[in-house]
Design a protein around this ligand. Structure first.
Ligand code: UGY
Ligand code: MN
Length: 248
């Protein structure tokens, strides 16, 4: 979309970023032939992980990431086929997969498809063997109230075992619901608004946020969200997890 006066809602600071769709820039990578990628979060901004949109035309194939890097993806639109360990899985909207580092796999777009992908170096734990691949669909998961608040429902997309060094959750806010307090923690977040919006506090700024927006929260970024729309606000959120701050 042409912006006559150079406006965007995207904002970048040392410890957080908001990236709105109006400033997306597409790029390509050798392991995503024929696919347009939009890197919304990357180490260049201070993050320890990447998050990107993959716009796959029908028939496009994706290869695994670099060695030592684990991959999580979530289907936003369309249908893809994931082949891993000799088995193919048909994945539609809200389907997701976690591929441990160094897992051979292919993702093929059965229709035009749009994915959100998260990648990071796996942090092993001496006591644990690395996790197996994990495939599911968010629609099939049971939501639980977050900290007892039934207006804020949580789905955990990955198993809660120590082998996993990160978690990916979907948080669903009823209109008027909010995070109970301003969180501060050493863990980072990568967040995508799936539906609805509201006001996000990041450091000492309050941003209007909407469907399709991405947020990066660096370590100790004070964070709070209030859902002010008339419909639910729902976001997909990544967090490094289960690891000592000296290693994660
Ligand atoms: O899990 C979390 O840290 C989550 N409650 N943070 C957030 O929604 N900003
Ligand atoms: Mn948090």
């Amino acid at each position: 979309m042409r912006q006559k006066f150079g406006e965007t809602r995207s904002r970048f600071s040392d410890n957080h970023a908001l990236i709105s769709g109006d400033s997306h820039e597409r790029t390509t990578l050798p392991n995503w032939p024929d696919t347009a990628l939009v890197f919304v979060i990357a180490p260049q901004m201070g993050a320890r992980f990447t998050e990107f949109f993959a716009h796959m035309p029908e028939g496009a194939k994706a290869l695994p990431p670099l060695g030592g890097i684990e991959r999580f993806f979530f289907v936003l639109d369309g249908t893809v086929e994931l082949t891993v360990a000799g088995t193919s899985h048909r994945m539609e909207a809200e389907g997701y997969a976690f591929l441990p580092a160094d897992t051979d796999h292919r993702i093929r777009a059965s229709t035009d498809a749009r994915l959100i992908v998260l990648e990071r170096p796996y942090v092993p734990l001496a006591s644990q063997t690395p996790p197996p691949p994990h495939i599911g669909n968010c629609k099939a998961l049971t939501a639980v109230p977050m900290k007892g608040d039934t207006a804020l429902m949580l789905k955990k997309l990955l198993p809660e075992t120590l082998a996993f060094d990160c978690e990916v959750n979907v948080m669903d806010f009823s209109p008027g619901a909010s995070l109970p307090y301003v969180e501060t923690h050493f863990m980072e977040h990568g967040l995508l608004f799936l539906n609805g919006g509201g006001i996000y506090r990041l450091d000492d700024r309050w941003y209007p946020v909407d469907e399709g927006d991405i947020i990066w929260m660096g370590p100790y970024c004070p964070q709070w969200f209030g859902a002010i729309g008339k419909t639910n606000a729902r976001y997909l959120i990544y967090k490094n997890w289960n690891r000592d701050p000296h290693t994660s």
